[in-house]
Design a protein around this ligand. Structure first.
Ligand code: NAP
Ligand code: MG
Length: 495
């Protein structure tokens, strides 16, 4: 499958980044029909690491045709249990290739290898194995309707799925979509983010190596406005599952109107993490720090607004700033690195601009506050204090390592600040008062409320938001509903 192989001397010997990365359509690596490629960079060094095929509408059309043929062919006719077995083999193939995947993900996105090994890769395997188990347990129901008829439902795969994913967790979010779609018997055309195409392509190859038939999982790399939009507009795509920004989410809804595609949107967030004086303050500081600095803040559910009761505000800010300063920022391929660069120079500039906006708005920079080093897209872990709820830095998603810390006095005030943005994805509350915790769990507008912790997710639990955070739920059996449709069979038996 390998075309041009390009092994860089400064990379670990087991890794070969293929310099030319072609599309994966119908089980074959192919250049884009246009013959065009675009460069992808390692954000830690800003060096070009590969050229990626620039797929567009014509390539999307080829991939959709291949996905349709696979759906109507071998994949559609396979026993559900065999589908599950193939997904387990896919998981084994990923596990066997994990060192390569970890390196590729880190090089392409700047994520620390330690985090990918500890968090992303295990989540990828867990997700795939969890949904493999579903494949032969997607049951219909016999529903008694009338004495002279047998009426039952079957759950059929929705069809060809377009999956469009962002760059912050390419492997993990990719698998959140691929695994349930395939378990349900759908076929997929995956469009990764242009900044992080490499692991998606490798995943597609591993699926083939595991025995999943050609065309079941196609990967078309390219730009959102061309390849992504073509997938959304394609009349033979039955569903689009999207994770990304609210602006593109709205664009996708408009495109999906053409043939009335089903749509699931997992969008951004500006999640509140609320700390009361009766909480374990050290535990709260630690979790608040990882809640905003993990993955350099490029997390949809990042606890980017930390609401702290005025009685402990000064102490909390001091401790959070100390933690922020102690975070080891640097080469993501080094095992001891806790925070790598942002994904791109554009993203770095956007985050640095937000820090300046915060300063102009009157926030106090108590840790970080600028670029880290002079090469690579690194931003120092930054804490903005004295933030007011209506400042732009408290309302808009920064998607970087920038904590905004807001003081509050009463429960009502905390709730109104917490619920006072356009987003509604996640929230956290820290308190030892069980009644208060229940009040907050009920009244916080969020798809997930964490109590005395911040940030854990599990594929068994439904995940998603409301308003500008999107709609629909991924994970758990909600994802099975997303990729199947009920059919009623009514058999007139007579009495
Ligand atoms: P983005 O700009 O919305 O891009 C997401 C994906 O959509 C990329 O693959 C992009 O391709 C593609 N795209 C862009 N324009 C398109 C169009 N017109 N039609 C179809 N596809 C198009 O988001 P991002 O900057 O990559 O990711 C950051 C955002 O994702 C943040 O807002 C974050 O909160 C959100 N996010 C949400 C979750 C969640 O679970 N709720 C998880 C992670 C991230 P290109 O890369 O080529 O532009
Ligand atoms: Mg890259």
């Amino acid at each position: 499958m390998q075309s041009t192989s390009y092994l860089r001397r400064d990379l670990p010997p087991q890794l070969s980044v293929r310099y030319r990365q072609d599309l994966l359509i119908d089980g074959t690596r192919l250049p884009a029909l246009s013959g065009r490629y675009f460069e992808t960079r390692n954000p830690a060094t800003e060096e070009v690491i590969a050229e990626v095929a620039e797929g567009d509408a014509a390539d999307i059309d080829r991939a959709v045709k291949s996905a349709r043929a696979a759906l109507e062919g071998e994949w559609g006719q396979m026993r559900a249990a065999d589908r599950g077995t193939l997904l387990l083999k896919f998981a084994d193939a990923i596990r066997n290739a994990q060192d390569e995947l970890v390196e590729l993900e880190s090089l392409d996105s700047g994520k620390p290898v330690s985090a990918i090994r500890r968090q992303d890769l295990p989540a990828v395997l867990d997700t795939l194995r969890y949904y493999a188990g579903f494949a032969d347990k997607i049951n219909g129901q016999v529903i008694p309707s009338r004495p002279d008829a047998l009426t039952y439902t079957v759950r059929e795969p929705l069809g060809v799925v377009g999956a469009i994913i962002p760059w912050n967790f390419p492997l993990m979010i990719g698998m959140w979509k691929i695994a349930p779609a395939l378990a349900c018997g759908c076929t997929v055309v995956l469009k990764p983010a242009e900044l992080t195409s490499l692991t998606a392509l490798r995943l597609g190859e591993l699926a083939i190596e595991a025995g999943i038939p050609a065309g079941v999982l196609n990967v078309v790399t390219g730009f959102g406005r061309t390849a992504g939009q073509a997938l959304v507009d394609h009349p033979d795509v039955d569903k689009v599952t999207f994770t990304g920004s609210p602006a593109v989410g709205r664009q996708i809804l408009r495109g999906a109107a053409g043939n009335l595609k089903r749509v699931t949107l997992e969008l951004g967030g500006k999640s509140a993490n609320i700390v009361f004086p009766d909480a374990d303050l050290d535990a709260a500081v630690k979790a608040a720090s990882s809640g905003i600095f993990f993955n350099a803040g490029q997390v949809c559910s990042a606890g980017s607004r930390i609401l702290v009761h005025e009685d402990v505000y000064t102490e909390f800010v001091g401790k959070l700033a100390a933690r922020a300063r102690a975070i080891r920022i640097g080469d993501p391929t080094e095992a001891g690195t806790a925070m790598g660069p942002l994904v791109s120079a554009t993203q770095m500039k956007r985050v640095l601009d937000y820090i300046d906006i915060g300063r102009t708005e009157g926030a106090a920079v108590v840790a970080g506050g600028g670029r880290h080093g002079s090469t690579g897209c690194f931003v120092a872990a930054t804490v903005l204090a004295n933030v007011k709820p209506d400042m732009r830095v408290a309302q808009e998603e920064i998607f970087g390592p920038v904590a905004t810390v807001i003081a509050f006095r009463t429960e009502e005030e905390a709730l109104s600040i917490a619920n006072g943005t356009a987003y509604s994805l996640a929230a956290g509350v820290w308190s030892a008062d069980i009644s208060r915790v229940h009040r907050f769990a009920r009244r916080l507008k969020a798809g997930t409320v964490w109590v005395n912790t911040y940030g854990p997710t599990d594929v068994r639990l439904p995940w998603g938001g409301a308003r500008d955070s999107g709609f629909g739920r991924e994970h758990g059996d909600a994802a099975i509903d997303n990729f199947t449709e009920s059919k009623v069979v009514w058999i007139q038996t007579g009495l």
